[in-house]
Design a protein around this ligand. Structure first.
Ligand code: UDP
Ligand code: MG
Length: 348
């Protein structure tokens, strides 16, 4: 098998197996309680992947400004079966920024993103890697098999969100897809090239294209603690995703405007009909108030929608870094004595 990097068409498979390295990117925010266990499971996973696929693994932990002992625990994790990088951000920047930091620091092989709370089971990773190496897929993403345990309201909200995001989109965002996904080296390289500051990771990973595969799974319950994504935060993320990803709300505004104008036109015609043809006097006040309130409300909403986009433009224009690194520890597996002397760099 040729181990050269080929990019010509028809060699997708060869391209994928060219670099046999896997970086597991794990964002951590107050995950001290389950971290040691997670690391043990990742080490076991690394051993399995080494024997089955000849993959060498590293794990990149991003401490997203945790308030608990996450960072000190992460720093002391041993690099027994896999290399360990620990990056601590200067404050809590949010999961999307943490994922970006992981992507920037990971090696140039394949990348696997998984949560640090035990919900994304390392056991499934072998299957995902198999789809990459054996079947030649570039983006292997997992999706919730069902949403039975979620409230009907939430399910409807999710549905509306995807309908809006995918409205008129060339590359549809798969519904229910999570952040637990594997990217082949070339897909990871594509993701690195996305210049925007408003990251909507799921969307970007789908937008890049390549050969994508959906794997259904049942997320495990959180190993400890509670989710950091409250309903309000999810709503914020949805608006963020929607406005950074699609112009559907703006189109919706234009359509609504057209519809209202058309309605008003018909209403005007009916008034003319009643006064001229039937000679009746039309009651003016209620219809006037209803009309004004409708128009006023719709206009306010649409100004809000435009404001969201202007805010996006402003934040892209400011071009601030997405995160700051406070500290960066690297531990590599030592062949032979297996000693782990970490390199540490204060802010890069
Ligand atoms: N996370 C993070 N920064 C944050 C919030 C969360 O890095 O500001 C991490 C968190 O440690 C976990 C992952 O993102 O590894 C998913 O978070 P969580 O479990 O709270 O979300 P859910 O699984 O409910 O979507
Ligand atoms: Mg979780």
């Amino acid at each position: 098998m040729a181990l050269t990097r080929e990019t010509t068409s028809g060699s997708a498979h060869a391209n994928n197996v060219a670099s046999r390295e896997l970086s597991v990117v794990v964002p951590l925010y107050n995950e001290a309680a389950g971290l040691t266990r997670l690391h043990e499971r990742l080490a076991e996973l690394a051993d399995t992947l080494k024997t089955r696929f000849g993959l060498s693994c590293e794990v990149v932990y991003i401490d997203d400004g945790s308030a608990d002992a996450t960072l000190s625990i992460a720093r002391n994790l041993p690099a027994t079966s896999l290399d360990v990088q620990v990056i601590s951000l200067s404050r809590n920047f949010g999961k999307e920024a943490a994922l970006m930091a992981g992507l920037d620091h990971a090696g140039h092989g394949a990348i696997l993103f998984m949560d640090g709370d035990g919900q994304h089971s390392p056991d499934l990773v072998e299957k995902l890697v198999g789809h990459w190496i054996d079947d030649g897929y570039d983006v292997v993403f997992t999706a919730k098999a069902n949403r039975d345990n979620e409230s009907p309201l939430r399910r409807v909200a999710v549905h509306v969100f995807y309908a809006l995001v995918n409205w008129g989109a060339r590359q549809k965002l798969p519904e229910d897809a999570g952040d637990f996904r594997l990217l082949s080296p070339r897909a990871a390289a594509a993701l690195r090239q996305m210049p925007e500051r408003n990251r909507f990771f799921k969307g970007l990973a789908s937008w890049i294209g390549f050969r994508q595969l959906r794997v259904d799974y049942e997320p495990a319950p959180r190993a400890h603690g509670v989710t950091t994504f409250s309903a309000a935060r999810l709503l914020g993320l949805s608006i963020e995703g929607l406005t950074s990803f699609s112009v559907a709300p703006l189109r919706f505004a234009s359509l609504l405007g057209l519809l209202l104008a058309f309605g008003a036109f018909l209403f005007g015609l009916s008034i003319l009909w009643e006064t001229w043809v039937r000679g009746e006097s039309v009651p003016g006040y209620p219809s006037l108030v209803v009309g004004m309130m409708t128009i006023g409300g719709v206009q306010l909403i649409m100004i809000g929608v435009m404001g969201e986009y202007i805010g996006k433009i402003l934040s892209e224009l400011k071009a601030r870094p997405i995160y700051f690194v406070a500290e960066h520890d690297v531990k590599r597996i030592r062949t032979g004595d297996n000693a782990n002397d970490g390199e540490r760099t204060a802010a890069e």
